[in-house]
Design a protein around this ligand. Structure first.
Ligand SMILES: Nc1nc2c(c(=O)[nH]1)N[C@H]1C(S)=C(S)[C@@H](COP(=O)(O)OP(=O)(O)OC[C@H]3O[C@@H](n4cnc5c(N)ncnc54)[C@H](O)[C@@H]3O)O[C@H]1N2
Ligand code: MOO
Ligand SMILES: [Mg+2]
Length: 424
């Protein structure tokens, strides 16, 4: 008689996984290698930006009081006493009646309180300029600290480093950047039907797509995949591989054999490894057979062999664990609302997670399935950019109804868990 498994709700399963977090660890990498990594420290401004008052234009630095009465009828003439480009400083205090030719980015000379653009002065040789209007104090000055003051918090630990943050890191002198270490995630596909990617098709066989799909999901989540390829449905071979490699990874993922069939070995190898099963049935479709276990303090996920179910299982249960290890609180997918672009009339006792495509129509998000909505479908994943969430219940869903969806590519994520989904 086949074992009867007790399904648990998605949020409960996530909570169980998150009770076994990986502790974030720090390392240091060269500035440009930190792109896409998770910042390990709060980034504070170690000096004001800009660090000195500077000119935002090419022009002349002046004392505004010299121009108070300047007009077309009564022009003011100033003596040009020097010239500074960006990176240079004028080495004495400017006196009344004087001006310094100044280029964008150069430090405002002491004694000056305004800049006039080249376009609005009349130059008489290189020695003298003529002004026909008055200039207000502080005109055309980029003030020290106007961008940020020394000591301000710029970016929080756990933020994914993008080009804008690279600019901050460079500004504050981080040639080496403290980042959270990427967790190492082992990926092993099981199944006697599996061929390697380079192999020719044979009767009854298919190529191993899950190992590479999951490896890519691991990378998208910010961790390092250690791909062990494939093994046949052979208990001893799988046990040997997992036992050998467990020390080398933070988390182990297997795909296939998670269900109740004759060659479904996941329950057995968890047993043999004295693992503690956290769950082996989740009230969702696809991915209902997703299994999670704790083996001697490390997590093992037995994801379904069906590619659609495998993909969903990773996103919902493994990704938050990785995100937590990368120091962020936004461990879940960003969530939004849209309307269904197609009917889903069959009611389901389990929450349905449809791999979907997002379109904009009249300013509204409209959600479409991205292909064949079956657990075993692999092609529908190509266009999947969202998960459309259809709550469990006794009714189907019609085109035009509003539902929640999750974004798969979004880097920022969300702190909200599944508890917050609307019940339709
Ligand atoms: N009697 C029952 N049968 C099944 C149940 C059930 O509750 N009772 N659950 C079904 C559900 S739901 C799913 S999902 C699948 C889960 O299957 P397994 O995790 O045991 O996976 P396999 O049986 O090994 O394979 C399923 C399917 O996926 C293909 N596959 C496997 N590995 C790969 C891979 N690396 N790349 C691409 N495709 C792969 C495999 O050939 C099978 O077609 O069980 C249902 N059955
Ligand atoms: O796990 Mo199965 O994918 O629920 O169809
Ligand atoms: Mg099976």
């Amino acid at each position: 008689m086949v074992e009867k498994r007790q399904p648990i709700q998605i949020d409960e399963a996530i909570n169980k996984v998150m009770q076994h977090p990986l502790s974030p660890k720090e390392e240091s990498v060269p500035l440009l290698e930190s792109v896409g990594r998770s910042l390990a420290v709060n980034l504070y401004a170690t000096h004001s930006v800009p660090p000195f008052n500077r000119s935002p234009y090419d022009g002349f630095a002046i004392k505004s009081e010299d121009t108070v009465h300047a007009s077309r009828d009564l022009p003011v003439f100033l003596k040009v006493v020097g010239e500074i480009g960006a990176g240079f400083v004028f080495n004495r205090t400017v006196r009344n009646g004087e001006a310094v030719r100044i280029m964008t980015g150069a430090k405002i000379p002491d004694g000056c309180d305004a800049v006039v653009m080249l376009e609005i002065v009349r130059e008489h040789g290189s020695e003298q300029i003529e002004l026909v209007r008055s200039i207000k104090a502080n005109d055309n000055i980029s003030f020290k600290g106007e961008d940020t003051k020394e000591g301000a918090l710029i970016s929080k630990a756990g933020t994914s480093i993008h080009p804008g943050i690279i600019a901050q890191l460079a500004t504050f002198g981080y040639s080496e950047v403290p980042v959270f270490r990427k967790p190492r995630i082992g990926v092993l596909a099981t199944g006697s039907e599996l061929l390697d990617v380079h192999q020719k098709l044979e009767p009854g066989k298919i190529r191993n797509s899950n190992a590479y799909m999951v490896a890519a999901q691991v990378m998208r989540a910010g961790a390092v995949p250690i791909v062990y390829g494939k093994l046949p449905d052979d208990l001893e071979a799988c046990l040997a591989m997992i036992t050998d490699q467990m020390d080398d990874v933070d988390v182990m993922i297997t795909t296939g054999g998670a269900s109740v069939g004759d060659y479904d070995l996941v329950p057995e190898f968890i047993n043999r490894l004295h693992g503690k099963t956290l769950f082996n049935k989740v009230a969702m479709r696809p991915g209902s057979v997703t299994t999670a276990a704790n083996l001697n303090g490390k997590m093992l996920f037995g994801l379904s062999g069906n590619p659609g179910a495998c993909y969903v299982g990773f996103e919902l249960f493994v990704k938050p664990l990785i995100r937590k290890a990368l120091g962020t609180e936004q461990i879940h997918h960003a969530k939004s609302k849209g309307v269904l672009g197609a009917d889903f009339l069959k009611p389901n006792p389990f929450t349905r997670i449809i791999r979907g495509r997002l379109e904009e129509e009249n300013g509204q998000h409209v959600l479409f399935p991205s292909g064949l909505d079956k657990s075993g479908s692999v092609i529908s994943l190509a266009e999947a950019e969202v998960f459309i969430i259809l709550p469990a219940g006794t009714r189907g869903f019609e085109r035009g109804m509003e539902v929640d969806f999750l974004l798969l590519e979004d880097q920022k994520g969300s702190e909200e868990t599944w508890k917050t989904f609307s019940k339709l």
